[in-house]
Design a protein around this ligand. Structure first.
Ligand SMILES: [Zn+2]
Ligand SMILES: [Zn+2]
Length: 650
């Protein structure tokens, strides 16, 4: 028999019969490994364990201990889901079913809508098929045969995919033995060896989706689910999901009356209600104060400008798709600004600068507009109108590193004060192949990323590099915050830009008396007010620390008799610059406590005869309950201290 040599991960090698499978190899190593094997890898390509080894190769056998296998498990569960759906609803046609960051989905075309009640039924059917432990076999067909089969089944989307992607020979995977499968899908693979491996899965939701992601195509129904190797991992995930739902800023924002979205205004254009507006104003005051300490100069500039300005800056060429369309006014075209940079450049340009003036740090809580597609809009986190904690630092090349370091320090200080602890750094670079999206100037990109790398290295901060995430005009350092589910998004960003200064011909007079070009640093420290507020809502689940709470304490008179004293208490606390409400409604005090507890007000101050007589308040904390009675002056000083020190723990 012909043999081929396989090399194992430990460096050892052995001869195996040509055409024997990865699973055969696993068996020869040990029965436990064979049982645990999820997929194999032949020269780095992931394959199902049934794949024959036809040539000398490096072979790995992967189990649930290997990170690559979770995706395989989830994608295999997507197949199981689709198989169950077609058994229950035979009229359903198949789209695609890839794994996602947290699980999987499968897209279906069906004349009737799935309802949430269908999910447990589908899940039940999935369990039934899983328990039959049916193999996921790989089958190769001539293209014409597979097209014929899918066409006969009315699977027009599968036909389209086979036409697009299939070669002369088309690879499909079954559920059930290859000779007599119960289900078949056109797929790249690999999958788990058999359905019996799928023991911990859950269908989560139904959403709309477009075929191939384009609004021009037909609408499909997407079923989301997740899967894990162990029921315990699934349970943990569902717990976190529940926690995330409880903290969801859209839900908390409604319950605590922080913001609202009204169709009459439009999607992605939230209205800030008084309590949400208070949080925003606290954030704005906070960051402006920090920036003033660091020598920033704050300006105001209009939310729109002539299209020509954005043609000059390059936004029109590279960022057009994310901008609102231009408005024709008499003889000129105006457009809502997608970024504040050009306005700040014109402010820098408005006077002559010498090398001694630099750095010039121009800051603004700048409102800007981006045409986010309606499908992605969400609460405060994805909006069409946003106000950024923006600044542009114009400096000499020799000042970049110090300015960069100072911005990083400000970011870390702000995060500490806001109680944000989970973040990481990402160096966002251009995608070299995408000439349309990025300014074409190799030298500039190299130089920019080098400067950022050096600055990060000298700060000893770890970062990952992400091609394709840069701004169109240069690389940037992004600070990524993780949400409850561990998903990361960019909140703070620092960008070193050589492009716009040259585009606008910016200058300063150097020590040599000659004109030089300044470098521009774009930076956003606490993101847009919308996104940071949404993040903080979820971070605290609405139970804001005293310094961020829209209402820091509420005064609750026990009865009408105590209203006068309650008003006095309220006035005194307010005079101490504290945010205090009074609840004079004719309700039982316990009912009021319950309600303000739900509103997550940090402190409730109950006042009755005894308190009025002694000049005290009975203090109740939203989490720790009764704190006993305190002289009013003492409580005022206590609350002011929490506020001033920006304490974020309860
Ligand atoms: Zn597949
Ligand atoms: Zn900018």
């Amino acid at each position: 028999m012909e043999t081929v040599k396989v090399t194992l991960p430990d460096g050892s090698s052995r001869d195996v019969t040509k055409g024997s499978t990865v699973l055969d190899l696993a068996r020869s190593i040990g029965p436990r490994l064979a049982q645990a094997a999820v997929v194999g890898s032949i020269d780095g390509e992931l394959v199902e364990v049934g794949r024959p080894i036809e040539r000398a190769a490096a072979v790995r056998i992967l189990t649930n201990k290997d990170s690559e296998t979770l995706e395989v498990l989830r994608h295999s569960t997507a197949h199981l889901c689709a198989c169950a759906v077609q058994e229950l609803f035979p009229e359903t046609k198949l789209g695609i079913g890839p794994p996602t960051e947290d699980g999987f989905f499968y897209d279906f075309e069906r004349p009737t809508k799935f309802t949430p009640d269908d999910l447990p039924k589908i899940e039940e059917k999935m369990r039934e098929i899983a328990q039959r432990d049916l193999p996921y076999d790989r089958v190769l067909f001539p293209k014409a045969d597979v097209l014929k089969k899918f066409a006969a089944d009315g699977e027009h989307m599968k036909c389209e995919l086979v036409e697009d992607k299939g070669g002369a020979t088309v690879q499909c995977y079954t559920i059930g033995p290859a000779a007599n499968p119960i289900w078949l899908d056109f797929c790249r693979g690999p999958h788990v060896p058999s359905s019996g491996r799928l023991t911990a899965f859950k269908l989560l939701s139904i959403a709309g989706a477009y075929w191939k992601g384009s609004e021009k195509n037909q609408q499909l129904q997407r079923i989301y689910g997740t899967a894990f190797f162990s029921p315990k991992d699934l349970e943990d995930y569902l717990q976190r999901l529940e926690d995330a739902r409880r903290r969801d800023h859209r839900r908390v924002g409604k319950d605590l009356e922080l913001f609202t979205v009204n169709e009459a205004v439009g999607a992605g254009l939230p209205l800030w209600l008084p309590h949400g507006a208070t949080i925003r104003r606290i954030l704005e005051d906070y960051i402006v104060e920090r920036e003033r300490e660091l020598g920033y100069q704050h300006v105001y500039s209009p939310d729109l400008a002539k299209v020509e300005l954005y043609k000059r800056s390059g936004h029109w060429e590279h960022y057009h798709e994310d901008m609102f369309p231009a408005m024709q006014l008499e003889n000129e075209q105006m457009v809502l600004r997608p970024m504040n940079c050009p306005h700040h450049i014109l402010i820098y340009e408005s006077k002559k600068h010498s090398y001694r003036d630099l750095p010039v740090r121009i800051a603004e809580l700048g409102t800007m507009y981006r045409y986010e597609r309606s499908g992605v809009l969400s609460g405060l986190s994805r909006v069409r109108c946003m106000t950024l904690n923006d600044a542009h630092i114009f400096c000499r090349p020799d000042q970049i590193k110090e300015e960069f370091t100072n911005v990083m320090r400000l970011v870390e200080r702000s995060y500490r004060d806001l109680g944000i602890t989970k973040y990481s750094y990402r160096l966002s670079l251009r995608d070299k192949a995408n000439k349309e999206k990025y300014v074409d100037n190799d030298e500039m990109w190299e130089h920019g990323s080098q400067v950022l790398r050096e600055a990060m290295d000298s700060l000893n901060l770890p970062y990952v590099e992400a091609p394709g995430e840069a701004a169109f005009y240069g690389p940037k350092l992004d600070i990524q915050l993780a949400d409850v589910m561990g998903h990361e998004e960019t909140y703070s960003t620092i960008q070193v830009d050589f492009h716009l200064p040259s585009q606008f011909g910016l200058e300063y007079v150097g020590a040599d008396g000659k004109e030089h070009q300044p470098v521009m640093i774009h930076r956003g420290v606490i993101s847009t007010m919308e996104r940071m507020t949404s993040y903080l809502i979820e971070l605290y689940g609405g139970a804001f620390p005293v310094w961020l709470a829209p209402v820091q304490a509420v005064v609750l008179p026990i009865s009408d008799k105590h209203t006068e004293y309650a008003r006095k208490v309220t006035a005194e606390l307010r005079a101490g610059k504290l945010r205090v409400d009074i609840d004079e409604r004719n309700e039982k005090v316990n009912a009021k406590i319950r309600e303000h507890q739900l509103q997550k007000v940090p402190y409730m101050l109950v006042v009755g005869d005894r308190e009025a007589q002694n000049g005290t308040v009975s203090v109740r904390h939203r989490k720790h309950g009764d704190q006993g009675s305190k002289p009013l002056a003492e409580f005022t000083a206590f609350l002011q201290d929490l506020d001033h020190r920006r304490v974020t723990t309860e």
